[in-house]
Design a protein around this ligand. Structure first.
Ligand SMILES: NC(=O)c1ccc[n+]([C@@H]2O[C@H](COP(=O)([O-])OP(=O)(O)OC[C@H]3O[C@@H](n4cnc5c(N)ncnc54)[C@H](O)[C@@H]3O)[C@@H](O)[C@H]2O)c1
Length: 330
């Protein structure tokens, strides 16, 4: 499949800024959409930066002029005011423009494991691509289900060549430390402070003392979940773009295996010399993501397990680099 010119929306976001240099390196000509929210797109050779708002219906047809493919990453997260206009209508305008122009050879939609409910519902078997849509409560999962449903219908109704990549929670920079340690900055869910019960737990927050959180079920077992490193996410996009076997398909994009909070917490504890404190979270269901299809069809072999993600996060903190602004955490 011959693809040269690629539109990337959300190019200034977490995934966009990581994938852009790789697309350039691979020889694609990029049109990158930049929104006026301060998440500016890196100015690179072979990247034409266009400013615009996907809520503007007139924008999509102009953006896809001369393009062979679209990588749609733009999105707002848990935002009741914006998600219908930015995510649902924004995706609809793009899909419809792609259908009308007739020259798009591949449309890649950023999906999410949020559409399968992750830890909010009991997950007795690994979540594979056939797992029905069952987003957890919230506007973000709702928008991911609606975006995918529109994609599926545009594939069925108009044979639009769609690929959906369902990313797990993406980890970059020191995200995992922001999640698993108590000190600020805090990132992701569950939020440990919501599950404080004991005096020991209270004292860490009261005295601003840092520790590593270990998520526990009410019966004392450690919780298990699956996340993904940013480099594996970038790899999944590069393996999908221009790949005929990816057309018409949805793929899970996650790490090599789930991790257990006790293992992760003990590893961070040893590395950073911090105590481990348990938090019982009654509404957490273990889940894991079935990566068989991505491995066998795309040839995606995720490299970033929890230890590597933690090692990279520690190295990032040691380097003194500043965390990139995150307007829509998640
Ligand atoms: N980060 C994750 O953990 C994660 C996990 C699963 C799926 N995803 C999905 O991947 C995609 C990219 O995620 P991300 O983490 O890079 O997001 P991000 O929040 O870092 O970036 C979102 C991008 O969308 C742009 N944007 C927002 N509103 C816009 C509008 N009205 N018009 C044009 N652009 C607009 C922003 O400027 C930004 O560049 C999203 O669809 C998201 O749902 C992300």
């Amino acid at each position: 499949m011959k693809i040269k010119n690629v539109l990337v929306t959300g190019a200034g976001g977490k995934i966009g800024r990581a994938v852009l240099p790789e697309l350039v390196k691979a020889g694609f000509s990029i049109r990158a959409l930049e929104f006026n929210d301060g998440l500016n797109v890196e100015r690179l050779k072979a990247v034409e930066v266009v400013r615009g708002d996907l809520r503007d219906e007139a924008l999509a047809p102009k953006l896809i002029e001369d393009m062979d493919a679209v990588i749609h990453l733009a999105n707002v997260k848990e935002n009741r005011q914006l998600f219908v206009d930015a995510n649902v209508k924004g995706t609809f305008y793009l899909l419809d423009a792609c259908k009308n122009c007739g020259h798009i050879r591949q449309y890649i939609q950023a999906g999410s494991d949020a559409r399968a409910g992750i830890y909010y519902y009991p997950q007795p078997i690994p979540i594979d691509e056939n797992h029905r849509h069952s987003g957890y409560p919230g506007y973000y999962p709702l928008s991911k289900v609606l975006e995918e449903t529109m994609c599926e219908q545009y594939r069925i109704m108009y044979k639009l060549p769609i690929t959906v990549l369902r990313f797990s929670w993406v980890h970059d920079e020191d995200d995992i430390l922001a999640h698993i340690t108590l000190a600020e900055p805090n990132f992701g869910v569950p939020v440990w402070q919501d599950w404080v019960v004991t005096d020991e737990q209270k004292s860490y927050f009261k005295h601003g003392k840092d520790a590593v959180a270990c998520l526990l079920h009410p019966d004392g077992r450690a919780g298990k979940r699956q996340i993904v490193g940013i480099k594996d996410v970038v790899k999944s996009i590069m393996l999908s773009l221009g790949n005929p076997t990816a057309i018409g398909e949805a793929f899970n994009v996650s790490g090599p295996s789930p991790f257990s909070y006790d293992v992760a917490a003990n590893y961070v504890s040893e590395k950073l010399n911090l105590p481990v404190v348990g938090f019982q979270v009654s509404e957490f269901h273990d889940f894991c993501i079935d990566m068989t299809k991505s491995r066998s069809v795309l040839g995606l072999n995720p490299q970033y397990d929890i230890f590597r993600i933690i090692d990279d996060a520690i190295a990032f903190r040691k380097s003194g680099k500043k965390q990139t602004t995150c307007l829509y955490p998640g």
